[in-house]
Design a protein. Structure first.
Lengths: 114, 112
């Protein structure tokens, strides 16, 4: 059974700092990996999707990398802003199965201090 | 706006009551999923569907039933609500297995 771990559970940084969020998974036979953002009391917003054949994806100040062999993904946020404060979740989809449903980590709660 | 719409947004039920949560998507997506989110437990898959007329059990299916009679709708039913079903329920959809998920805004359910 796939297990997804995100460490740390919470992170607080001053505004302007570059930061890295970590995601690890136990089964490297993945189809894709997706990073989400969740604001308090809200739904999940997709940030980046990485297919298993890709090493990284970029969107604005966000860059996600994938290393299947080590079972790791990182989300890099450049020049953090208070508006980046949210919980960030990663989720992995398996290579097998008809639905390839995502398995989620518990998230990292990020606070960017002004 | 195009996307995934969940109704209702909030609901309080008494133990033993029944209800249906509706998920509707207008993106012609094949795959639809129901998750529940609980503090300390993360998101767990309840049921899913890979196309109209199909459903399958996820990780925590007990106490729930689903139907996908129309491609755009995925219904989650609670026949006899229990306090353990107090949670936030999220619906998601995707066009193909290679696509990312699009989530609805959630239904916050409290069973007293």
């Amino acid at each position: 059974k796939q297990e997804v771990t995100q460490i740390p559970a919470a992170l607080s940084v001053p505004e302007g700092e570059n930061l890295v969020l970590n995601c690890s998974f136990t089964d490297s036979a993945i189809y894709n990996l997706q990073w989400f953002r969740q604001d308090p009391g809200k739904g999940l917003t997709s940030l980046l999707l990485i297919q298993s054949s890709q090493r990284e994806q970029t969107s604005g100040r966000l860059n996600a990398s994938l290393d299947k062999s080590s079972g790791r993904s990182t989300l890099y946020i450049a020049a953090s802003q208070p508006g980046d404060s949210a919980t960030y979740l990663c989720a992995v989809g398996p290579r097998s199965g008809s639905a390839r449903q995502l398995t989620f980590g518990s998230g990292t709660q990020l606070t960017v201090l002004p | 706006n195009a996307g995934v719409t969940q109704t209702p947004k909030f609901r309080v039920l008494k133990t033993g009551q029944s209800m249906t949560l509706l998920c509707a998507q207008d993106m012609n997506h094949e795959y639809m999923y129901w998750y529940r989110q609980d503090p300390g437990m993360g998101l767990r898959l309840i049921h899913y569907s890979v196309g109209e007329g199909t459903t399958a059990k996820g990780e925590v299916p007990d106490g729930y039933n689903v139907s996908r009679l129309k491609k755009q709708n995925f219904l989650l039913g609670l026949e006899s609500a229990a306090p353990s079903q107090t949670s936030v329920y999220f619906c998601a959809s995707r066009g193909t297995a290679a696509d990312g998920y699009t989530f609805g805004s959630g239904t916050r359910l409290t069973v007293v």
